[in-house]
Design a binder for this molecule. Structure first.
Ligand code: NAD
Length: 324
């Protein structure tokens, strides 16, 4: 019997379907909240959420496949997995609509000061009206035009916004199809009323939005980060919010997570915080659950799983007789 360790908190939580799929295919499913190095010794597969998977853990394990429950693989030592011939699968597009809808929700919340208004009325019982701005006619800067950036752009265009995109790896034609314009990052920062981040965290994107980049933004602009915390220099953002250098920000992602209760972010004005809930909808969770389970089933049936993040292991799999 092959054993699958489930670390992703929402795997099988809201529907039995993914667990039934694994069990029907002969897997025993075990769940853990936290992981220690030695925990991977007795498992052939893991379904990972945000937990860190290190080289040491993998080298001392019997793991044959890692199924990431999501698309950001920055918590997994990808080069170690690749060297060990372990495919790391992802669930692209499963949560793109959910994250895009949260992003648009945060943009609305910032524009109309929804959280502040709610707190003033609900907690303080004060009927004080605040003045917001319309989104129609405003400019949204989208950094990273992958699955999520594209969905955000489409929605913003429907709202009458002009959309500027910075993504050096995407052809201009695919931006034009949704009505967005390709620009350099500095131009995007200077022109946008809202800047929304949708890049993966890697060496090229760590602290991509630093003190200097924030200084290029309009004083009236808002920053939204539903990608990864490391993409923004947190100290620079805190300074900018406290000094009124930008109008506000909304963050769904943090380093570390959970956000410590003494984080300086809690002292910032004009900041909306959500606890990494971008992909937390029933629809996205079920899609991610099923894609992760299917990749494990496919793999142990000798099929190359559909979405492998570390492509270079594919050749090794083919040599071992895995079929497309
Ligand atoms: P994706 O891989 O489809 O798209 C990422 C895009 O970023 C690609 O088009 C790529 O060309 C672009 N890119 C890469 N490096 C860049 C750089 N240096 N500058 C500009 N563009 C760059 O990924 P996605 O599904 O759209 O997800 C984006 C990120 O959102 C993920 O990596 C993940 O970290 C984050 N995410 C967060 C949540 C959440 O719950 N808040 C959920 C899902 C994903």
């Amino acid at each position: 019997m092959k054993k699958v360790l489930v670390l992703a908190r929402t795997f099988g939580r809201y529907s039995h379907e993914p667990i039934v799929l694994l069990e029907k295919n002969g897997f025993v499913v075990e769940r853990k909240e936290k992981i220690e190095s030695q925990d991977l010794k007795n498992f052939e597969a893991i379904i990972v959420g945000v937990q860190k998977i290190t080289r040491n853990m993998l080298e001392n394990s019997s793991i044959k496949i890692i199924a990431k429950h999501g698309v950001g693989v920055d918590n997994i030592d990808l080069s170690a997995a690749t060297e060990l011939g372990i495919p790391v699968t992802v669930t692209p597009n499963a949560n793109a609509v959910s994250v895009a809808e949260l992003t648009v929700g945060l943009i609305f919340a910032l524009a109309r000061k929804l959280v502040e208004s709610h707190k003033t009325l609900y907690e303080k019982r004060q009927f004080v009206s605040s003045i917001g701005i319309e989104l129609s006619g405003k400019t949204l800067g989208v950094v990273g035009f992958g699955s999520i950036g594209r969905e955000v752009s489409k929605r913003a265009i429907c709202l009458g916004m002009r959309v500027l995109v910075y993504d050096p790896y995407v052809q201009e034609e695919s931006l034009r199809q949704v009505g967005a314009e390709k620009v350099e990052l500095e131009e995007l920062l200077k022109q946008s009323d809202f800047v929304s981040l949708h890049v993966p965290l890697n060496e090229s994107t760590r602290n991509l939005i630093d003190k200097r980049k924030i200084s290029l933004m309009k004083k009236t602009a808002y920053l939204i980060n539903t990608a990864r915390a490391g993409v923004v220099d947190e100290t620079a953002l805190i300074d900018a919010l406290k000094n009124g250098q930008i109008a506000g920000a909304a963050l769904d992602v943090f380093e570390p997570e959970p956000l410590p209760s003494d984080s300086p972010l809690f002292d910032c004005p004009n900041l909306i915080l959500t606890p990494h809930v971008g992909a937390h909808t029933f629809e996205a969770i079920l899609r991610m659950n099923m894609m992760a389970a299917e990749s494990i089933v496919d793999f142990f049936n000798g099929k190359i799983p559909k979405y492998v993040a570390n492509n270079t292991v594919l050749e090794k799999l083919r040599q071992k007789g895995f079929k497309e």
